[in-house]
Design a protein around this ligand. Structure first.
Ligand SMILES: [Zn+2]
Length: 461
């Protein structure tokens, strides 16, 4: 059940300390608490969570059963078995208990690639008829659905206007429900590139803001600096053309090698991760050589490109589920939700087929580091957990898929507070009835969601 806005506001200060103790959770290490010391300070109200199975750290075996002690929005202790409050050194009076002893409990999921202001099938006309505030409300609805699906941290990689920053801050302040958001804002793009304003007549195009546009290395340094000034927690760059932009310029490399190097160096100098939207082989490889931390989509990477990932250590964020949603064959696509896309977009969509899935399979076989990202907004926000299922379909074990959407997504994003349930980390957890290690589709049925110690979905059973 939701807490009332008043309850949420009352938690705002706790949240601010627990989860956002530095700009946008980009790496504020809190000292880990010793596991065998007192599990909660005398002043904090502790909550004990009893789990049927507790996958506290994906990649390691679950505790069956397992117990968590939470206080002040963070994990204080992780124990095997089902110890009582007294056995945990906690007062019986005042200690809360959440009984998830018939459920599988694990860390909240992380999606490194969403677009909360976007929805599938949205019409281009809406961007010139609706105010920015409307898209903030679209994003708030998407954020609630995403959280209810079990995603307690997301990285928003591109939105028009400034609404995603407002939403990020409103969630942080406890005003509306949603996951923690690490936001890029407007993507850095060349003129006419994937994230520029495309498909409008000239007078309208000129009237619409496109703050991420830059051309030439110096101008791109300016664009990155201004993005950080506006509030970008991460720098998203459209290194190549894109499929859904209404421009018939293909999906080849668009930023030059020099521009990409200038962008990556400036982002890193300002303490930001830098990630590239990239489809064509040349553009992916140029971004990797420029020192990008991760590549989104990477659709036309071949074995040579994937070996370059291994060499640079960059993460691949493959965004597979939207391919299924849009249609991975010509027939499915022409019957699917994007069948009425403009001709320039439809042409590019028809060129994809199963390639993104085949690429992801090969990347996994070669040992490329893969972290979960969906591109939700292309597919509906709130359906993000289907990405786990896709990863198992391309050959990951269920455990590897769960790691990609928790521990590894946190590593790829540089988020030190989330991704596992260990002392000192955020009390972000989900519960489901089935065991996802037996059948990954259990992740589609999350019935309980806690973020920063606040229950946003489900009654404890
Ligand atoms: Zn995207």
């Amino acid at each position: 059940m939701y807490q009332t806005p008043k309850d949420l506001q009352a938690r705002a200060l706790v949240l601010a300390r627990a989860a956002f103790c530095c700009a946008a959770a980009l790496g504020c290490a809190k000292p880990a608490l010793a596991q065998e010391t007192t599990v909660a300070p005398a002043t904090a109200v502790a909550t004990i969570v009893y789990a049927g199975q507790l996958l506290a750290v994906p990649g390691r075996p679950p505790l069956v059963p397992g117990t968590l002690v939470l206080a002040d929005g963070t994990v204080r202790a992780v124990r095997a078995g089902r110890p009582s409050a007294t056995e945990l050194g906690l007062p019986v009076e005042g200690t809360k208990t959440i009984d998830l002893s018939s459920s599988f409990v694990m860390p909240g999921f992380i999606d490194l690639h969403v677009h909360l202001t976007m929805s599938p099938g949205e019409r281009q006309i809406e961007f010139v008829t609706k105010p920015d505030a409307y898209f903030a409300l679209v994003a708030a609805d998407a954020a609630r659905r995403t959280l209810e699906a079990g995603f307690t941290t997301v990285r928003d990689l591109g939105s028009r206007g400034y609404s995603v920053f407002a939403l990020r801050d409103a969630i942080r302040d406890g005003l509306v429900p949603g996951p923690k958001i690490v936001a890029a804002g407007a993507a850095i793009t060349p003129s006419g590139g994937h994230a520029d304003i495309n498909g409008y007549r000239e007078e309208i195009r000129r009237a619409l803001p496109s703050p991420g546009v830059c051309n030439g290395p110096d101008d791109c340094r300016r664009a990155v600096r201004e993005a950080v000034q506006r509030g970008s927690d991460v720098i998203k760059v459209t290194a190549t053309g894109g499929v859904l932009s209404n421009v018939n310029a293909g999906t080849g490399q668009q930023f030059t090698d020099e521009e990409l190097r200038a962008i990556a160096d400036t982002a890193h100098a300002l303490g930001r991760k830098v990630t590239a939207h990239a489809h064509a082989k040349a553009g992916i490889e140029a971004a990797l050589r420029a020192g990008f931390d991760s590549i989104e989509h990477s659709m036309w990477a071949d074995e040579g490109t994937l070996r370059l990932f291994l060499k640079t250590g960059a993460w691949l964020i493959p965004t597979v589920y939207p391919i299924t949603y849009v249609g991975d064959t010509r027939e499915k696509l022409l019957r699917g939700p994007y069948r009425n896309a403009p001709p320039a977009v439809l042409d590019k969509l028809l060129g994809l087929g199963r390639q993104p899935k085949d690429m992801t399979r090969l990347a996994h076989q070669l040992g490329v580091k893969i972290a979960l990202g969906t591109d939700s907004g292309v597919s509906p926000n709130g359906e993000n957990a289907n990405e786990f299922v896709e990863y198992v379909n391309i050959g990951m074990t269920p455990m590897q898929a769960l790691v990609a959407g928790t521990v590894d997504a946190a590593r790829a994003g540089g988020f030190e507070q989330v991704g596992s349930l260990e002392p000192g980390k955020a009390a972000d957890l989900v519960a489901m009835q089935g065991n996802p290690l037996d059948d990954i589709r259990a992740v589609l049925g999350v019935h309980f969601v806690m973020r920063d110690g606040i229950v946003f979905k489900g009654e404890a059973r």
